[in-house]
Write a protein that binds this ligand. Sequence first.
Ligand code: TXA
Ligand code: MG
Length: 331
Amino acid sequence: MQTRILTPDPAGIRRACELLAEGQAVAIPTETVYGLAADAHNPAAVAGIYAAKGRPSFNPLIVHVADLEAAGRIAVLDEDARRLGRAFWPGALTLVVPLRADAGIAGLVTAGLATVALRVPAHPVAQRLLRASGMALAAPSANPSGRVSPTTAAHVADPATGLGGRIAAVIDGGPCPVGVESTIVSLIGGEARLLRPGGIPAEAIEAVLGQPLLRPPADPSPRDPVAPTAPGQLTSHYAPRAPLRINARAARPGELLIGFGEIAGEMTLSASGDPAEAAARLFDMLRVADAADRPIAVAPIPETGLGAAINDRLRRAAAPRPGDDSPAPGA
Ligand code: TXA
Ligand code: MG
């Protein structure tokens, strides 16, 4: 299969709509990362996402919709869900909420759960596609399972490290402005729990809820086949191929140091120490560093705001890999 690069104009959107209506998977830009989208109501189309990504089938997918109203047709939204939706949608927040039994979402999307993860993306191309197709789009990040999320169309289309040759098309909407995946909050069982830190700082969500978010239980081990609540929690998940060491103040012999703030490094996530700039560059820089074929070290990033999402991804990238018996250096 040849992966076509579509332009983010009406012709490209039209072509993407045709492919989606045929049940194909199409990679699309969102403000967080590129997603691999398919019609959430079409089981065969959703199966195509899992096949292209090589994703374990217990991993449920986020459903993208155009607005809060469309979200309410798929899930039961209580007062907290509506409050968070009004505050952060469109944007980098995903809510796990009770699935409506009559929503018609393919069982593969939710991996058979009675809950669904919903997000209203802010990216104008994603918005146009949602409105033009009239579909709810199931879309995980558009990377092979376990690898770093793509933040450009070129990342997606790369035949070696991306999905080039395995999907019908990618719409090129330029680099993703946020650069890390959405924050996932579960509102199941009358409690608000942070399942994954991401593009909306937990502090901002807590301010709207007027209460602290509960935190996820400790990470399951990558060798432990227990189905996690949000498999973004799999310990080794956002992995470059090279070993990675975090909280590095200086490079050890042979290491490529990625800097932040005062620690310059060979390249820097943000010379001014801005976590938002660092998030937007993170995955691209990990790819560039990985191509150098040397061990990677990354300077410390403060844990506040988007720093929490960056550190979460870096800790996972530094964790021992499934099938890797040696501990990651410096982990
Ligand atoms: O920014 C993002 O969230 C990107 C863009 C494309 O929207 N998407 C993304 O999707 O990161 P993905 O599939 O790579 O991560 C989705 C996470 C997974 O960890 C999955 O387990 C969790 O959402 N998830 C989905 N449905 C869930 C559910 N019903 N309950 C708990 N977690 C769920
Ligand atoms: Mg992902």
